[in-house]
Write a new protein. Structure first.
Length: 264
């Protein structure tokens, strides 16, 4: 049964507009839309803050990485998966069927089914979507695999690289794409955004590049992932809605939890 979301401190009006800094989901079965159905006064707006640019085979070859020598791949997003297989195809590389894949979450791991025959003995994912969960599943293989960490040339996760160094892993950073800030001024011009949800450091950077004098004021900020939270707070913003945390494994549950708790 639909109901109104509770009035939240800092939001002056009954209607609550939430800006999700990602592309609108293709499927109507997305849990985001369940949130809209549950609360009649919640309006969701989807607008990606960043866009992905693929590196060319020539740019990648300049890194002098032999992809076929790497026995394991670290993947922290669907973008990383898309770019890994796209670039491999462009370079006509036949990926070994025994390659292991270490994924940040189950959702990312399941996305691999688009490209490979999914077998549990070669696909691993963290239990809770955090870096710690990823490290837990990688730990057993840290000294036996040659690892390729697929990442953006301007946004690799320093915590992951630090773990690889500390544990003396045989690894390479594989820059396969770059993130570029989108023009997001129009969406702010035409909408009052009560809550802004950020998912990457590049998303936060895009917000601040588009609005160098951005003042948070009463706007609530949600952030997903320890790296995003840390970067956003270091930029001087207050993050009130955080995920993943024990009770909130994703942004949808974090939003619902906050809306309910803030009204008490």
């Amino acid at each position: 049964m639909s109901k109104k979301a509770p009035k939240v401190s800092g939001i002056a009006e009954d209607n609550i507009t939430i800006l999700i800094s990602q592309t609108r989901p293709d499927s109507d079965r997305s849990p985001y839309f369940d949130l809209e159905k549950k609360y009649t006064n919640v309006k969701l707006i989807f607008h990606p803050f960043i866009k992905i640019e693929s590196l060319t085979p020539k740019e990648f070859r300049a890194q002098k990485i032999n992809v076929l020598e790497q026995t394991a791949v670290i993947l922290t997003s669907r973008n990383a998966i898309d770019q890994y297989f796209k670039l491999s195809e462009e370079m006509r590389l036949a990926i070994n069927q025994n390659t292991k894949y270490f994924c940040i979450s189950e959702a990312v791991a399941l996305y691999l089914q688009k490209f490979i025959l999914y077998r549990k003995r070669k696909v691993f994912f963290g239990a809770d979507g955090t870096n710690k969960g990823l490290f837990d599943v990688m730990n057993k293989y840290r000294n036996t695999e040659k690892m390729l960490y697929v990442c953006s040339e301007n946004q690799q996760d320093n915590e992951i690289e630090s773990w690889l160094k500390t544990n003396e892993c045989d690894y390479r950073l594989g820059f396969m794409y770059r993130t570029v800030s989108n023009d997001i001024k129009e969406v702010f011009k035409t909408n009052r955004c009560d809550i802004i949800c950020l998912f990457t450091r590049s998303g936060t950077r895009s917000l601040l590049e588009n609005f160098p004098d951005f003042k948070q004021g009463d706007t609530l900020i949600g952030a997903f992932g320890a790296s995003t939270i840390e970067f956003t707070e270091s930029a001087g913003l207050v993050v009130q809605i955080k995920a993943p945390v024990p009770k909130c494994p994703n942004m949808v549950t974090a939003l619902e939890f906050y809306l309910n708790e803030a009204s008490k």
